[in-house]
Design a binder for this molecule. Structure first.
Ligand SMILES: C[S@@+](CC[C@H](N)C(=O)[O-])C[C@H]1O[C@@H](n2cnc3c(N)ncnc32)[C@H](O)[C@@H]1O
Length: 198
């Protein structure tokens, strides 16, 4: 896939949609789905015995920033300038406890970070629709994670993702998927469950 070409299409789509997306945040945070994901994020953040660095891939308007706890440095990455600008004033900003937030415009397929930059990487609602879960992206996340740490992804559709990150179930819609970096170039699925929407 030519990710630079896809980038222009995705950016154009979100340019139009940002204002409505940010309005929807106010409604979505009251949903059962949001509460469930918020609970999972909090639980994962607190599974670390120390304050952590986190990467939100495709952070959009920062809908989940207020759900993070025990995070001292958050990097929010998004391909869309408009979504990222909205993330500077995310929903429930008064509840955000992250000490430092850094917002970076970038295409995750082309991005690079130093090895072992993050304790925790998560991505909610980005994969699918032109964002495939590939071995390359799995390896990037693996390299960016500190040894033994955790990655949590949700996806609208999960195509074949060989290389140790394939979930147990078939490629229907909407999975939550997690893997833990356990050794060089080998990540094992530790959790996988269906969910219907993000
Ligand atoms: C459906 S929104 C989800 C936003 C946020 N995670 C949430 O759950 O509200 C998908 C986001 O992924 C971003 N995105 C799509 N492709 C991307 C890429 N290749 N690299 C970085 N961000 C991307 C879009 O700009 C958009 O903000």
């Amino acid at each position: 896939m030519n990710y630079s070409e896809v980038e222009e299409r995705i950016k154009a789509g979100y340019r139009e949609a940002t204002a409505q997306y940010r309005l929807d945040d106010e409604v979505e945070v009251q949903s059962e789905n949001h509460r469930r994901l918020a609970h999972t994020l909090k639980r994962l953040c607190h599974s670390f015995p120390h304050a952590i660095t986190a990467l939100d891939v495709g952070c959009g308007t920062g809908r989940y920033f207020h759900c993070l706890e025990n995070v001292f440095h958050l990097t929010g990455m998004d391909i869309s300038e408009e979504m990222l600008a909205a993330a500077a004033n995310p929903v429930r900003h008064e509840e955000v406890t992250v000490t430092e937030t850094e917002l970076i415009r970038g295409n995750v397929y082309l991005a690079s970070f130093p090895a072992e930059s993050f304790d925790f990487i998560y991505s909610l609602g980005m994969f699918g629709h032109g964002c495939p879960v590939t071995i390359q992206i799995g390896n990037k996340f693996h390299d960016w994670l500190k040894p033994g740490e955790f990655c949590f992804l949700t996806s609208w559709t999960l195509p074949d993702c060989p290389g140790g990150i394939k979930p147990n179930a078939g490629p229907e819609h909407g999975f939550i998927h997690g893997f833990r970096r356990i050794s060089n170039r080998h990540s094992t699925a530790v959790k996988s469950r269906r969910h219907s929407s993000v």
